[in-house]
Write a protein that binds this ligand. Structure first.
Ligand SMILES: [Zn+2]
Length: 187
């Protein structure tokens, strides 16, 4: 009977140090100690217990509360990294709009974004701030196609477009912050 049942996460798996994580739409067990993600087929007490005993033997007799705390910090980290990546995407999009606006205002060709603006910004950032910081600028969409699209959006309805995208971004950031706060308060 158990063999035909679909393997899903059970609360008691946390006793062996396992929470679950979504990977391309599939839930998989994740160790809260080493963060290793096992296959979906590993939602089995014996396999999870084996991981704990073999890889983290010094923790095998820890009480559930110990893993509850670790799980909370793993979830907080996930939320932080989601928040950071959403924030970076929003910032890159905003920067792209700002540059497109400058290009349009100065009546320069759309290609100037990828041909001059981006390489120049990357060089300056690399020299002034370092390679890691400069790499962030690579995510700003500045291809001729992106610049053209943004200019036409700006031209179509400058005020409405900007206000609604700022509202959307703000609403998204606000809900993410609220979610993060609730995790922080619970931990
Ligand atoms: Zn582990």
């Amino acid at each position: 009977m158990t063999s035909t049942r679909k393997r899903i996460y059970q609360e008691e798996f946390l006793n062996y140090g396992f929470t679950q994580i979504e990977d391309k739409g599939i839930m998989k067990p994740q160790c809260v100690v080493c963060l290793k993600v096992l296959t979906a087929e590993s939602f089995k007490k014996s396999q999870l217990k084996k991981h704990l005993n073999n890889l983290h033997p010094h923790l095998s007799s820890k009480p559930r509360e110990y893993f509850v705390n670790l799980e909370m910090s793993v979830k907080k980290q996930r939320l932080n990294s989601n928040l950071r990546s959403t924030f970076n995407q929003c910032s890159a999009s905003k920067a792209s709009f700002e540059v497109a606006w400058l290009i349009a205002r100065n009546k320069k060709p759309h290609t100037i974004g990828e041909q001059l603006v981006k390489p120049a910004a990357l060089k300056m950032a690399e020299i002034m701030c370092g390679q890691k910081e400069a790499a962030k600028l690579n995510s700003v969409p500045l291809s001729a196609k992106a610049v053209k699209e943004r200019i036409s959006i700006l031209a179509e309805n400058v005020r409405e477009q900007v206000i609604s995208s700022i509202k959307e971004i703000n609403a998204l950031l606000f809900s993410l912050m609220k979610l993060q706060m609730s995790v922080v308060i619970r931990s």
